[in-house]
Design a protein around this ligand. Structure first.
Ligand SMILES: *Cc1c(COP(=O)(O)O)cnc(C)c1O
Length: 376
């Protein structure tokens, strides 16, 4: 079965009681038992809920995974994964990482004695072996990275990590499973903020982890139940609804993104454009081998921070907001917004960097709006 068909049907059989074609929102906290321990597979809704099960099944299928676990947010999923690691153990993370993940690693886990090494994406791809040993439990990467859109060679990083017995987590939020399937490239665990492309409509916060390892899945189910960062049934339903159109949304958003990136690359006020789909991008070749298309996130730099903050305040169709992956096009200044937590790190993002999340409006309107903001 192809991706698009799975997105509409896996885990989403018509309701057996009524024939309802959409998965019901099982808004219930508990399930009645016939006798002690005799029930229909559900006992308490933190442990499991049929709407959540449908979501877990379809997202796992889309990642080519045997198992999936849904969480209350992307960070809820990340916190749960961090319980696979104990204080004193070592985690290697790409340094160009989602700001909230960096804040969690550096301000929550590092002070508790967890040890972190942050590596540049290039080093993750070609020199990871020199930075891992038997104490390394997790290798954490994003590709493309946020917000600099650097590429990590997932196969190469997985090989170096596995040589010392470390698990590889790929945050696949930017690409979505439609563009990239990290388990096939050697990752052990795939993380999503379903808030972004999977939900796709800027109306829900959620997280997800996929794995094909039976042992990891059992542990994650235990952690999910024990730590409690679970999504409610309506939130699961919103993501289920979003996922059905992921492929068509992504196709159009990628098409608009490459057009917009090319226009920006020729614009006299733009200093550099970061988009993996441009042949000038240093990660273009890696992206072409591990992604179906190049995604719908575009970053670019202007002469200085003042210019950049003036431009993001002037666009009309592009809304100035954090987040990404929705039908609405968004514009933001990572150094002051999504990535303020890396301001003091050696790898702080350039202050004049503008990040775009390309939505589903007509590319022509989006370009006109950007050009007007750039020429004012
Ligand atoms: C948004 C995001 C997260 C965090 O997810 P939440 O749903 O906001 O908790 C993690 N990783 C990436 C790449 C993100 O964009």
């Amino acid at each position: 079965m192809k991706f698009e068909t799975k997105a509409v049907h896996v885990g989403q059989e018509p309701d057996s009681a009524t024939g309802a074609i959409t998965t019901p929102i099982y808004q219930t906290s508990t399930f009645v038992q016939d006798a002690v321990g005799v029930h229909k597979g559900y006992d308490y809704a933190r442990v499991g809920n049929p709407t959540r099960t449908a979501l877990q099944e379809v997202l796992a299928a889309l990642e080519g995974a045997a198992h999936g676990h849904a969480f209350s947010s992307g960070l809820g999923a990340a916190t749960t994964l961090m319980h696979l690691v104990s204080p004193g153990e070592h985690v290697v993370s790409v340094n160009d990482v989602y700001g909230g993940i960096y804040r969690m690693f550096s301000q929550v886990y590092e002070p508790k004695g967890y040890r972190f090494t942050f590596l540049a994406p290039q080093e993750m791809s070609t020199g990871l072996a020199e930075h891992v040993d038997e104490q390394t439990k997790l290798v954490w990467l994003e590709s493309p990275t946020n917000p600099l859109l650097n590429l990590v060679d997932i196969r190469a990083a997985a090989e170096a990590a596995h040589a010392v017995g470390a698990l590889v987590v790929v945050d696949n939020t930017f690409a979505s499973p439609y563009l990239q399937q990290p388990l096939e490239l050697g990752a052990d665990l795939v993380l999503h903020s379903t808030t972004k492309y999977l939900g796709g409509h800027s109306d829900v916060v959620g997280g997800f982890v996929a794995t094909s390892s039976e042992g990891l899945s059992e542990r994650l189910a235990f952690l999910q139940k024990s730590l409690g960062a679970v999504p409610g049934p309506f939130d699961c339903w919103l993501v289920l609804r979003g996922v059905k159109t992921l492929a068509v949304r992504m196709d159009r958003q990628c098409e608009s993104a490459v057009t917009i990136a090319s226009v920006l690359e020729r614009h006299p006020r733009v200093e550099s454009v970061l988009y993996p789909g441009l042949p000038s991008h240093p990660g273009h070749a890696i992206a072409a081998t591990q992604m179906r298309n190049f995604g719908a996130m575009v970053s670019f730099t202007l002469g200085n921070e003042e210019e950049a903050s003036a431009v993001v305040a002037r666009t009309k169709i592009w809304k100035l907001a954090e987040s990404l992956g929705g039908v609405e096009s968004l514009i933001e200044l990572p150094a002051r917004m999504t990535h303020a937590s890396t301001a003091d790190a050696p790898f702080a993002v350039p202050p004049s960097l503008i990040r775009l999340s390309v939505g589903l409006e007509a590319a022509e309107d989006l370009i006109d709006d950007l050009e007007a903001a750039l020429s004012a």
